[in-house]
Write a protein that binds this ligand. Sequence first.
Ligand code: PAF
Length: 283
Amino acid sequence: MKVIHSINQMFDYSRKIKGAGKTIGFVPTMGALHQGHLSLIKRARGDCQIVVVSIFVNPAQFGPGEDFKRYPRNFVADKKICQKVKVDFLFAPRVKEIYPQGYCSYVRVKGLEDKLCGVFRPGYFQGVTTIVHKLFNVVQPDIAYFGQKDFQQAVIIKRMVRDLNIPVKIRVLPIVREKDGLAMSSRNKYLNRQQRKEAPILFQSLQLAKEALKKGERNSAKIISRMKKMIERVPEAKIDYVSIVDPETLEDVRLVKGRVLVALAVRIGKARLIDNIITDSTD
Ligand code: PAF
């Protein structure tokens, strides 16, 4: 496995690989790798001849007062994991090279970026789309892999790729969960023991929504209210949102028909956790 820090070096390797007619699978990450990332890397390994993983804690997607400084970083452990699962290139660019002095170009996916998490984290998705577009330019992947846990991120990136004619296929893979249902996330590290015990309430509330829909409830407001009550049983839980939306437009759905995304963001202690399920009320 080659570890690369320089943009030009990565760009040259990618150009050579593509020139030789080989396919590149790309998994962009912010490090602190867990089983969720591993499922993406393994899929890339199966689909493509060359696998590139990037690790870059992107300052542009953290707002003032958010967790950029304390975001978990463990390059040595991440490198070992990547070696083990036979990653070909680990690309870890430096902030100064990604955002040089005078940097002022940003990518925005208007409308979609203002919904759900965008309401609570202004500027967040602009930071994500900008870095992902930049990484695509450097790595030149055939296929890029994202987790469904960041559902809104995946919808926005798919739209960016479509709108800007970026020649990359986007694959979105299922959420990987702990045994008790908690979605894997680098931010789970912020939970203390008690909070970690309580965090599966998020998944349980999504299950409640699924059951309610299965039983024929069609009124989103009623389902959301029951979910909120359940989550509020954990005194430390502070709900940012619980929403039932159209999975493509992310618009609120009042009366459920067909496929919907049930999504939530809840802060427990220092961790802001997100989770979601796609469910089809006609199933
Ligand atoms: O999902 C993430 O870890 C990040 O948002 C991404 C896609 C690596 C961009 O920084």
